[in-house]
Design a protein. Structure first.
Length: 201
């Protein structure tokens, strides 16, 4: 019987992990999410990258952008250096989430008549979200807020602005926050009636 030798070509697939970002976060380099699987210490491997599934990869690592909400796949394979032995392509998913501005209405009241602040959540699709509640701010420039709405001061006439944003908690535990909506509370003065006799006709 004739002996037949079979060579199995290929390379171990690289190690990959997906990740999530808030809109405009600074992303980590993609080669931190796809790394060489050194299954055989006697061999050298290299990574090949592409943004199109099934397309030939190159050594150029794609640049991740977080400027637009949505899901972007990247593909990476591992090849034994100096050979054509290449693994199957592995997918890395990058999800970017945008938190939209809530809607809120201005409030007008009379002096010493209490009012409460409220807002309405706004979402628009899978990656434009809000589920971790509202964040209330002392002013438009504030970066740290509180989940509890402040109580407007109605003891004096005048207008006061309050600010509220939405938040979304990623699977990584990071909380994304969106732009702030302004709520203007206008307190009108109410003068006491003039003293003296009031005649009704």
């Amino acid at each position: 019987m004739k002996e037949v030798q079979v060579s199995i070509l290929g390379a171990p697939a690289p190690k990959v992990r997906d990740t999530v970002y808030c809109l405009n976060d600074v992303p980590v380099a993609l080669d931190k999410l796809g790394t060489i699987n050194q299954a055989d210490a006697s061999k050298s491997y290299e990574l090949l990258w592409t943004t199109t599934k099934g397309a030939a990869g190159t050594a150029n690592v794609p640049i991740v952008s977080t400027a637009t909400p949505g899901r972007t796949p990247y593909y990476v394979s591992q090849r034994e250096v100096g050979t054509t032995n290449e693994s199957s392509q592995m997918e890395i998913i990058i999800d970017v989430y945008e938190v939209l501005m809530p809607t809120a209405q201005d409030i007008e009241t009379c002096k010493d008549v209490p009012v409460s602040l409220s807002a309405t959540a706004v979402t628009n699709g899978t990656h434009k979200v809000a589920d971790a509640g509202f964040v209330w701010y002392a002013d438009d420039a504030a970066t740290q807020g509180t989940p509890t709405a402040p109580t407007p001061n109605v003891s004096a006439a005048g207008s006061t602005s309050y600010f509220v944003g939405q938040s979304y908690k990623l699977s990584s535990g990071q909380v994304c926050t969106g732009p702030k909506a302004e709520i203007v509370v206008k307190v009108n003065d109410t003068d006491a009636p003039a003293s003296g006799m009031v005649q009704f006709v």
